[in-house]
Design a protein around this ligand. Structure first.
Ligand code: DOR
Ligand code: ZN
Length: 425
């Protein structure tokens, strides 16, 4: 069955089309883009008044399978992703057990294929059990289908081990993603360190815990001529370090989440555990620096860091509640409301940061643009629709979002993967 998308205002990273086009997807691939296509046998959808993006790609999400399926399964996770407009999602290895060997990686790959809704790629661990003691078999993990390696949730603290990891990853040709947190500096913290944490009587994480690892890994990447990708950047100082590293030609890329370009530590003033996240929400100055970095390309892409948690865990007090918030279903609304509306980013830059750049970072050659010959992955967005984030509307098994009750502008109306409509509003 082929799919014909009529009157598509195509938003690619390099340009926002002036004239609407028709897009024909056949056998999962974009076959033809032209001013008018007639194809009676094709299923047809009209996108007048909407924007047509290349399928969005989230290279950082947490599904809880295996081990904590009550929070999220791969199936509920990819359904939430499809609703959020994502056609490709990469899931982090901090499951129980950790994705640190072939059999667990294959379990995720096989389950994703069985569901088949969107493209779901596991990220393997850098160290066994994410314990920063012994490296995983990177070659085996890559062969099993892992698209990158990370100990996300934890940092590879040992500098020598990180050096070895970079050397092996370069040989195997797989990307390393660092969770930048010096655990010795952040230990016991529940929020950003500063006046607010002092007033609230809560243990703070000094931004330093992030920037020292960013600085260290930039030095390692430079010394070894290796690549490194930094997860969920939260800090003005990190942005400065990455900007300087890129200017020196060091192979570093970075990502930021909607919550880090939207919220500040002030969210914790109400002791809201849904605002407890790693890295913590920082200051207004940091939020502005993250937005400026997305605008000038210092931060390459937007990721959700979708981290579903059970209600009973988030109902604990701030000291005991887990870190993380669900993010797949609010990312587009937040990007439009917080970045497009205030003119921080253009629509093309949104296509860049949410599709083209993540595709490039992960080497997904047939994705990231709406172009003849590439995969038929498309996300259709109504740029004007306003909606309110409601707890009951989450498709994810968890609804630990600090954005519940917030009015957002911009909504995904259809998600198309390989020419098949996998979500429709
Ligand atoms: O807030 C977070 N939650 N940050 C992480 O790095 C891990 C994640 C999780 O797995 O819950
Ligand atoms: Zn994460």
């Amino acid at each position: 069955m082929s799919l014909l998308i009529k009157n598509a205002v195509i938003v690619n990273a390099d340009k926002l089309a002036k004239q609407p086009r028709d897009i024909l997807i056949e056998k999962g691939v974009i076959k033809k883009i032209a001013s008018s296509i007639k194809e009676e046998k094709a299923k047809t959808i009209d996108t007048k008044g909407k924007l047509v993006f290349p399928g969005l790609i989230d290279i950082h999400a947490h599904f809880r399978e295996p081990g904590e399926e009550h929070k999220e399964t791969i199936e509920s996770g990819v359904m939430a992703a499809a609703k959020g407009g994502f056609t490709t999602v990469m899931c982090m290895p901090n499951t129980v057990p950790v994705i640190d060997n072939r059999s667990i990686a294959e379990l995720v790959v096989n389950e994703s294929h069985r569901i088949g809704l969107i493209n779901c790629i596991p990220i393997g661990a850098i160290t066994k059990g994410q314990n920063s003691q012994e490296l995983t078999d990177m070659f085996e993990l890559k062969e099993a289908g892992c698209g990158a390696l990370s100990d996300d949730g934890k940092c590879v603290s040992d500098s020598h081990l990180m050096r070895l990891a970079m050397e092996y990853a370069k040989m195997v040709d797989i990307l390393l993603i660092q969770h930048c947190e010096d655990h010795a500096l952040s230990s016991g913290s529940v929020m950003n360190e500063g006046v607010t944490s002092t007033l609230l009587g809560l243990k703070g994480d000094p931004g330093l815990s992030e920037s020292v690892i960013v600085a260290r890994d930039i030095e390692l990447a430079h010394y070894l001529d290796s690549r490194i990708h930094f997860a969920h950047m939260s800090l003005k100082r990190s942005v400065e370090l990455i900007r300087a590293a890129k200017a020196r030609g060091i192979k570093v890329t970075a990502e930021a989440t909607p919550h880090h370009f939207t919220l500040t530590e002030d969210e914790l003033k109400s002791f809201n555990t849904n605002a407890k996240v790693h890295p913590p929400l920082r200051t207004k100055e940091d939020v502005e620096a993250i937005k400026a970095a997305l605008r000038d390309g210092t931060i390459d892409c937007i990721v959700t860091d979708h981290a579903p948690h059970a209600r009973e865990d988030k109902e604990k007090d701030l000291d005991h509640a887990p870190f993380g918030m669900t993010g797949l279903e609010t990312a587009v609304g937040l990007a439009v409301t917080e970045l497009i509306e205030p003119r921080v980013l253009s629509w093309s830059q949104m296509a860049q940061t949410m599709s083209a750049a993540p595709a490039k970072i992960m080497g997904l050659k047939n994705k990231g643009a709406i172009q003849e010959g590439l995969d038929g992955d498309v996300t259709i967005i109504d740029p004007d629709e306003e909606w309110i984030v409601c707890e009951k509307d989450f498709v994810s098994k968890s609804n630990n979002s600090p954005f519940v009750g917030r009015k957002l502008k911009g909504r995904v109306t259809e998600t198309i993967r390989a020419g098949k409509i996998v979500f429709q509003q």
